[in-house]
Design a protein around this ligand. Structure first.
Ligand code: SAM
Length: 288
C-alpha cells in the first residue's frame, strides 16, 4: 500500500507526494519537522505540515532568490540570510566569488541539524568558512544597533501563517529594520509565496516594502512543489532597479539566465493587480 504526504493548498485543492521512506520526524520549540524521501523529488523538508523545499526542484527557487540580486548589485560582499536553515540559499549565494561573508540567522537550530544529516544537496554550504550561522529570530537580530551594513538581505522564511515564526518577518517594523541594516546601496528580497492561494501575502508585503524603500519590484518563477506552481519574490532597493542587470555567465544554472531574469519581471495581470500602483506601472513598461 503506497504512502502519500498530502498538503492542502485550499479547501478544494490538495497536493500529494508519494513517499518511499520517512527519513526524520520530530518537534522543535518552533515547529514540527519531517524529512520525507519522496519518489518524484527525493529528500524533502516539511515544517508544520507544509512542504518547504525538495531536492528535486529547490534549485529554481534558490537560483532566482540568489542570482537576481547578485547580478544587479555591483559589489555584493556582505550578505544576510534570514531563515534558510536548510542551507540551499546559502549554498547558491556562496557560489559567487564576489561574496565575502554570509550571515545566516535561523530561529530553529533543529532545522540546520536535520538538513546536515538528511538534505545533502542543500547542506553543502555549511562547511564554507564564509558562512556564519546565528540562531535567533530575524526581527530580534535586526533590532540590534551594532550591525555593520549589509549589501544584500534575503528572507527565505516559512510563510506568515497561523502562529508560525515567519509572521514577524512580514511586518512594517521588520521592513524598517531591514532598511536600517542595509548599506546605502543595499538590496532586499523576501519570498512572498504563491499569489494563486495567498494573494494577501503579496498584496500586503509589496505595499509595506514600497512604503519603506524608494524602489520596489516583484518577480516570479515556477516551483512545481509549491501550490499552484507560480511563486513570487518582492524586493526593496535603496538605489538599484532589479530590472536593470548585468548578464552573468550561467553555465552552472538550470533555471536562471539573463532571459529568465528579464521575463521574471513581466507580471500577469492576476499578479500585477495585487501591487501598489507605482510598482505596477514601473513593471508594465517595456523591459529595459
Ligand atoms: N524555501 C522555503 C519557502 O519558501 O517556504 C523556506 C525554507 S526554510 C527551511 C524556512 C526557515 O525559516 C525555517 O527553517 C524556519 O525555522 C525559518 N524561520 C521562520 N521564521 C523565522 C524567523 N522569524 N527568524 C529566523 N528564521 C525563521
Amino acid at each position: 500500500m503506497a504512502l502519500w504526504f498530502s498538503e492542502s493548498a485550499s479547501s478544494g485543492h490538495r497536493l500529494q507526494w508519494k513517499i518511499n521512506r520517512m527519513l526524520y520526524s520530530g518537534q522543535s520549540r518552533f515547529q514540527s519537522i519531517e524529512v520525507l524521501e519522496t519518489e518524484s523529488f527525493g529528500p524533502s523538508l516539511v515544517l508544520d505540515g507544509i512542504m518547504q523545499t525538495t531536492s528535486g526542484d529547490h534549485f529554481i527557487y534558490h537560483e532566482m532568490l540568489a542570482r537576481v540580486p547578485l547580478s544587479v548589485h555591483p559589489h555584493p560582499s556582505r550578505v544576510l540570510i534570514i531563515g534558510g536553515g536548510d542551507g540551499g540559499l546559502a549554498r547558491e549565494v556562496l557560489l559567487s566569488s564576489q561574496v565575502s561573508q554570509v550571515t545566516l540567522v535561523e530561529i530553529d537550530p533543529m532545522v540546520v541539524e536535520v538538513a546536515k544529516e538528511f538534505l545533502p544537496q542543500h547542506a553543502q554550504a555549511f562547511d564554507d568558512p564564509r558562512l556564519n550561522i546565528i540562531y535567533a529570530d530575524g526581527l530580534d537580530y535586526l533590532g540590534q544597533n551594532s550591525l555593520a551594513p549589509y549589501d544584500l538581505i534575503l528572507v527565505d522564511s516559512t510563510d506568515p501563517e497561523g502562529s508560525g515564526p515567519g509572521n514577524s518577518l512580514y511586518t512594517s517594523t521588520f521592513h524598517e529594520r531591514v532598511y536600517n541594516a542595509l548599506a546605502e546601496d543595499g538590496l532586499y528580497i523576501q519570498q512572498t509565496g504563491t499569489p494563486t492561494y495567498n494573494p494577501e501575502v503579496l498584496r500586503q508585503t509589496s505595499l509595506s516594502i514600497s512604503n519603506t524603500f524608494p524602489v520596489c519590484r516583484v518577480f516570479w518563477c515556477v516551483v512545481p512543489t509549491y501550490p499552484g506552481g507560480l511563486f513570487t519574490f518582492t524586493s526593496g532597493s535603496k538605489r538599484y532597479d532589479l530590472m536593470r542587470f548585468t548578464p552573468q555567465a550561467t553555465s552552472d544554472t538550470r533555471w536562471y539566465t539573463a532571459a529568465t531574469h528579464q521575463a521574471a519581471f513581466a507580471l500577469p495581470p492576476m499578479v500585477a493587480q495585487l501591487l501598489p500602483d507605482s510598482v505596477r506601472l514601473a513593471q508594465s513598461r517595456e523591459p529595459h
